[in-house]
Design a protein around this ligand. Structure first.
Ligand SMILES: NC(=O)c1ccc[n+]([C@@H]2O[C@H](COP(=O)([O-])OP(=O)(O)OC[C@H]3O[C@@H](n4cnc5c(N)ncnc54)[C@H](O)[C@@H]3O)[C@@H](O)[C@H]2O)c1
Length: 440
């Protein structure tokens, strides 16, 4: 099939590349000429395991193309995916300006029958807006071209995005057109040859499914963090409680790890957008609002532990930070806890030495740009030399089982603040460390 994917960020680039891997001819479009120039030179603008090889192979096989020219891309396409950002607007609702700008461009340039797919996470009813926007442009042009708008929310997880896309748990498609549903089935069939995971439904339910999934996962995280905070107060150990409840199949182990709260480009904005959607429709989403409040507070729990240990004024102290990305496997720092923790420590006079396997450029260029008193190093041990404590914020694999003797030889004081409860089974107190974690 000939496909256009509009927006070549985390979702667009991964989806487009995976569709091309299955033999489709895919053109990825982006409004950012620098991004497209880089991609055409074989430079991948984001880090995602396995992505680079797959992009390069499919470019070589002439299955994958990059351009800023949407109308050229649409000429041969049967399906156009909209995968642009839907960031949080000033009032907390999803900002649809990019999605609707794409819809307008599609209406201006499409020449033949097209299935337009909303892959971006969009509020319920957006497909109707996309449809109306395209139709308006067609009417202005005085042309009558058949098109469908369907919803196909994306569930990939950054860090394992290629694996998720190539072997999805499910593909949800909301459609009111048998033609479009059938085409989408054909497109996705190669991704689940062993078991049919295609779930067709109406458009609004598909749009809502994405918000419900993210809100459910965020709820699990905030629930466990709240339990961890109570554990601390009552002298229980959240690590043991996690194992105790996760063993119940109805609860499960995933998303109940106590930590520094959820971040990233999706949960924070989608949880907020869902409360807004509910409010606009006359319903107060109390549980989901509380999920967000708990998370906002949780991002600073590790900074509060540092202040409790060292006092309000951190002048003269240096902290070695392990991990900047919002989670392992990605260079994405959107809404990462590291931003909040580092800014809080710096505000109190501390110096920061930070290391992350992939996100240092993101920190320097965007998220911690202009922050004083921060330096970066190219190894995890380098940031510990003469630091007053190690602060773990992202659970990258290379941090999981470090050389504690080496850490001892580098740190000025033997203190570890573990924002991801990675070291609770290492008996660090017996090794001579002061050890602080979440929920104990
Ligand atoms: N990142 C994730 O893990 C993830 C997972 C599931 C769903 N989503 C959703 O997918 C959508 C995209 O997220 P993302 O993380 O890929 O965003 P992103 O910011 O990484 O990428 C968006 C891209 O769209 C481009 N763009 C903006 N306007 C454009 C236009 N008019 N024409 C062409 N390109 C344009 C931008 O230049 C950018 O490259 C969002 O709605 C998000 O909520 C994201």
């Amino acid at each position: 099939m000939n496909i256009t994917v509009i927006g070549s960020g985390y979702v667009g680039l991964v989806s487009g590349t995976c569709f091309s891997e299955m033999g489709n001819k895919v053109t990825c479009v982006d409004i950012d000429p620098i991004k497209i120039e880089k991609l055409n030179k074989g430079i991948i603008p984001i880090f995602e395991a396995g992505l680079e090889t797959m992009v390069l192979n499919n470019v070589k096989n002439k299955n994958l193309f990059f351009t800023t020219d949407l109308s050229e891309a649409l000429k041969n396409s049967e399906i156009a995916f909209i995968a642009v950002g839907t960031p949080m607007g000033d009032d907390g609702s999803a900002d649809l300006q990019y999605v609707l700008a794409v819809a307008k461009s599609i209406g201006k340039s499409m020449q033949k029958r097209l299935i337009v797919v909303d892959k971006s996470t969009v509020p319920i009813g957006t497909a109707d807006k996309v449809k109306a926007t395209i139709q308006k442009e067609l009417d202005l042009r005085g042309v009558d071209i058949e098109f469908d708008v369907v919803s196909n929310p994306e569930f990939l997880k950054e860090g394992v995005a290629i694996a998720d896309f190539m072997k999805p748990d499910r593909v949800v498609v909301g459609s009111d057109s048998d033609y479009a549903t059938e085409k989408m089935k054909q497109l996705y069939n190669p991704f689940f040859r062993d078991q049919d995971r295609f779930i067709a439904m109406d458009i609004r339910s598909a749009e809502m499914t994405k918000y419900a999934a993210n809100a459910m996962l965020a709820t699990k995280i905030s629930f466990m963090n709240e339990i961890a905070n109570i554990c601390e107060k009552v002298g229980a150990d959240a690590n043991k409680v996690r194992i105790g409840i996760g063993s119940d199949q109805r609860i499960g182990y995933s998303f109940i790890y106590p930590g520094v709260g959820y971040g990233g480009s999706c949960f924070p904005k989608d949880v907020k957008a869902l409360t807004k959607i509910a409010k606009e429709n006359g319903y107060t989403a109390e549980l989901i609002t509380a999920v967000e409040d708990v998370n906002d507070a949780q991002k600073l729990v590790i900074a509060q532990k540092i202040v409790k240990r060292f006092g309000d004024d951190l002048t003269g102290l240096t902290f070695g930070i392990w991990g900047l990305a919002f989670k392992p496997g990605t260079d994405d720092m959107r809404e990462a806890a590291s931003i909040y923790v580092i800014k809080e420590l710096v505000k109190r006079g501390a110096k920061i030495k930070a290391y992350d396997p992939k996100a240092i450029d993101e920190a320097k260029e965007h998220y911690l740009k202009g922050v004083q008193n921060i330096t970066y190093a190219d190894s995890k041990y380098a940031v510990l030399k003469d630091s007053d404590a190690l602060v773990l914020l992202t659970e990258w694999k290379e941090f999981r089982s470090p050389d504690f003797d080496k850490i001892k030889s580098l740190l000025k004081s033997l203190i570890i603040f573990d924002g991801r409860n990675q070291y609770n089974s290492f008996n660090l107190e017996a090794k001579g460390f002061e050890y602080y974690q979440i929920g104990k």
